[in-house]
Design a protein around this ligand. Sequence first.
Ligand code: SF4
Ligand code: SF4
Length: 309
Amino acid sequence: MDFPSIKRGRLKTLQVNLGYKCNQSCLHCHVNASPFRTEMMNPKNISLIPKVINSYAIETLDITGGAPEMHPLFKELVNEACKLGVKIIDRCNLTILDEPGYQDLPEYLAKAKVSIIASLPCYEEENVNKQRGKDVFRKSINVLRILNKLGYGKNDETLSLDLVYNPIGAFLPPPQESLEKEYKYILKERYGIEFNNLLVLTNMPINRFSNYLQKEGKLNSYQSMLESNHNSKNLESVMCKSTLSVDWQGNLFDCDFNQQLGVKSNLFPRTLRDLSQGNILMQGKEITVDSHCFGCTAGNGSSCGGSLT
Ligand code: SF4
Ligand code: SF4
C-alpha cells in the first residue's frame, strides 16, 4: 500500500535537533541517542535559528535531541528565542534535570517560560525502567515533583508540562483522553504529581524500535497493522504540514522521522543557511512520504503533539 501524497501548509513550527547525546539510551529511541553520541549542532547553525524564526514568523521553536539540554549553547538559544516572543518547547527526558551540572535548569526553564514535553511511557515503575533504563522512573518522579513546585503542570498556562506516552510493545496506543484521565488520577494519588496534557504517540517502525521488531520477528506484522488501521482523516493534520525539522548539521527535513531515516525533502531550501537567505515559499510543496508514514495516520493518528483525532 502506498502512502497518499500530501502537501505543506503554512510553516508554524521549527523543530530543531541539537544533537544525539543523551544521558539515557532508551529501547524505543528513534534517534539512537546515548551518552556515547558526540554529534552536536555547531554555533554557526545555532545562531541562524533566531534569524529564521524572525524571517518566517514562526510561532513555535521545538527543541529536541538527544537530551537538548546537554548542548553547551542550549541556554543561549533559549535566551535568543525568548527575545523573539515565540513559544519554546523543550523535549525533555526529565532525568537530565537532576544530573550533576544540570540541576539549575528547572528554575531556568521556569523563568524563561519554556514549555516542557517529557516522556513517561507508563505510570508503572517496572514498565518505564524496562523501556528507558534502570532507575529512570524514580528519577523522573523526583524531577516532576521539582517542576510542580516551580508551578509547572498546574493552572499557569505559561508553565505547561505535558507527558508523552508511547506503547511498550508492537501495538497502537489507546485513546488519548481516557488514558490521560488514568495517568492524572494515578500520578496524583500515588505521587502527588500534576501535569497538563498526556500526548499519546505511536511507535514508528524505524531505527531502534525497528531493530527490536526485526529481532522479535514482528516488523512485517507491525507495518501491516499500521497500514490496515490507516485513517485518511488524519492526513489533514499530520505534523509535517506545518513543521520543518532541522538536524544537528542544519539540514532540513519534512519531519523528525524522515530526518532519522535520511529521507530527503523535496524542498529547496535544503539547509538552515538556505532558509536564512530570505522568505522562501514552501506552502503547497509536496512532502516526501514512505511506508513509515502510516505510523502517523494509523488509528487516532500520531504526532509530536499527540493524537490527531
Ligand atoms: S531520553 Fe529520548 S533521546 Fe534520550 S535515548 Fe531516550 S528516547 Fe532517545
Ligand atoms: S512520517 Fe513525517 S512525513 Fe510521514 S506523515 Fe508523518 S510527519 Fe509526515
